[in-house]
Design a protein around this ligand. Structure first.
Ligand SMILES: *Cc1c(COP(=O)(O)O)cnc(C)c1O
Length: 483
């Protein structure tokens, strides 16, 4: 495909783009439980206005745009104070939770290079529930992750983590809360272990950072998780989740500036000049920085508190409704608005498929199998419909015996193939199988229970990794009809 030789009209372009949205998930109707965080129309509008106002500006060079420098410093300072930080806490805005976590890991590695020169292959100890951004960071920065099992309530287990510490350990990680089950890890226990052993301690508050402080103020019981805990050395918190700002905004915060210094990068002998950069990005969008500042000022603490009050009530309503469905239950005791639903009958994925057929978009989770809920204000209008559909879907779960049989056969076949075929062929086969099972990947998700069942039985998770990378590869390929 080439860039069109003649430019097209604005109307024609917008029309084609609108048409392209036809198959997208309909988050506007509140039927989506990840990817989009809604608050109010007024918040969205101020974010959009601020974003457009600084659409062209570039945060790469703070001396060129004192405006962005002011916004970023103030966003960081407001976030630090919200998260129990004193005047020493320092940080930066990044493009999202992943970049914040990449920075925390890179900073820890470089801190260890300076302070623990005996370590050649640094290790980070973290619970199984920690976000895959840590795996990504370890992959990029050549750090080894040591993952530990969770306790029965899906929290990080401090004893298991302490036992996993070796002379090469540089940092411990806990989540506030973990994404899969929405529980806050025992941060105080972990931080005290870290402090005793002279290690860094990162708290991943990506999803919780801008809601937990308000959840606590509303009187809900919460464990400690922020800079008020001695031994916590860095925190990641995403503005573009419960901060309700434009996408592409997060903060990474450090206990002090000496630690943050290890995050920075400078090249001094480039013909293009001396080049310094605080985070992963070179060019930094002014819009996301401006929108974050604007939304924080627009809502104020009172605004965040009020939205959080509504969202927590909504969460209580969802929780109650789910608990009343006999075959379903919630994993652990979620501390805020993120939770996972499992089934006593053991095939929650089929419940998920039934929900998909009714237009709901719920992420599937594994170990144990569950459906994921991230509740926000956009779900208020649909909560009762959701609970109704969930009840119906749960009641169908046991009756789906024909489908189940077909799924089971598919799984048996795949298992047989996985055990007998050479790996290269297996990857190709999996590719075809998965596109068959997901209905070719076009439009809304269809039945995926079979695919998840299949994945759960693969003898080698490496094969699964290859299969998923094949899928990713295909995603950025032009579809045949467009070639
Ligand atoms: C969302 C999330 C991340 C990753 O953030 P992105 O903005 O998607 O890069 C990391 N940790 C937790 C707990 C999250 O919920």
């Amino acid at each position: 495909m080439n860039i069109p030789s003649h430019g097209r009209s604005r109307d024609e372009i917008l029309e084609e783009m609108n048409a392209a949205r036809a198959g997208d998930i309909r988050w506007q109707q509140g039927k989506t439980f990840s990817l989009v965080f809604q608050s109010t129309l007024a918040v969205k509008e101020i974010a959009q206005q601020a974003y457009l106002m600084f659409f062209s500006e570039n945060g790469l060079n703070p001396s060129a745009f004192p405006s962005l420098r002011k916004f970023e410093s103030e966003v960081v300072a407001m976030s630090a104070s919200l998260l129990g930080g004193d005047g020493e806490v320092a940080g930066n805005m990044t493009t999202g939770g992943t970049e914040s976590i990449l920075m925390a890991v890179k900073t820890a590695r470089d801190w260890a290079r300076a302070n623990r020169p005996d370590i050649s292959k640094p290790e980070i100890v973290l619970p199984l529930s920690a976000h895959p951004a840590f795996d990504k960071a370890a992959h990029y920065f050549d750090v080894r992750l040591v993952k530990t099992a969770l306790d029965a309530g899906f929290h990080a287990d401090p004893h298991a983590m302490e036992s996993a510490i070796t002379p090469n350990t540089i940092m411990l990680v806990g989540s506030a809360p973990s994404y899969p089950q929405g529980v806050v890890d025992p941060i105080a226990d972990l931080a005290s272990i870290a402090q005793e052993r002279g290690l860094l301690m990162h708290v991943d508050a990506c999803v919780g950072g801008f809601i937990l402080p308000f959840v606590r103020r509303l009187g809900y019981p919460l464990p400690e998780y922020d800079f008020s805990v001695p031994g916590v050395t860095s925190i990641s918190a995403d503005l573009h989740k419960y901060g309700y700002t434009a996408k592409g905004a997060s903060v990474i915060l450090y206990r002090n500036r000496q630690l943050r210094r290890k995050q920075y990068f400078v090249a001094t002998d480039w013909p293009g000049g001396i080049y310094a950069s605080p985070t992963m990005s070179g060019t930094r969008a002014g819009g996301t920085i401006a929108a974050a500042w604007a939304v924080m000022h627009f809502l104020g603490e009172e605004g965040y508190l009020e939205i959080t009050r509504q969202v927590m009530q909504l969460r209580d309503h969802f929780r109650q409704g789910i608990t009343e469905i006999p075959s379903l239950y919630i994993l652990g005791d979620p501390d805020m608005t993120v939770m996972a639903i499992a089934s006593q009958h053991g095939n929650i994925y089929e419940v998920g498929d039934e929900m998909s057929l009714r237009g709901w978009h719920l992420d599937r989770q594994q170990f144990p199998p569950s459906l994921h809920l991230t509740i926000h204000a956009g779900h208020a209008a649909v909560a009762d419909q959701f609970l109704h559909d969930l009840r119906v879907s749960a009641s169908l779960e046991k009756r789906l015996s024909v489908l189940k049989l077909r799924n089971l056969l598919g799984v048996r076949l795949a298992k047989f193939a996985a055990n007998t075929l050479p790996p290269g062929m297996l990857s190709g086969l999996m590719k075809r199988a998965s596109s068959m099972l997901t209905g070719g990947g076009s439009g809304l998700p269809g039945r995926t229970a079979a695919m998840y069942g299949l994945m759960g039985t693969l003898p080698n998770r490496g094969d699964l990794g290859e299969m998923v990378l094949d899928l990713l590869d295909q995603m950025t390929h032009l579809e045949e009809k467009n070639k």
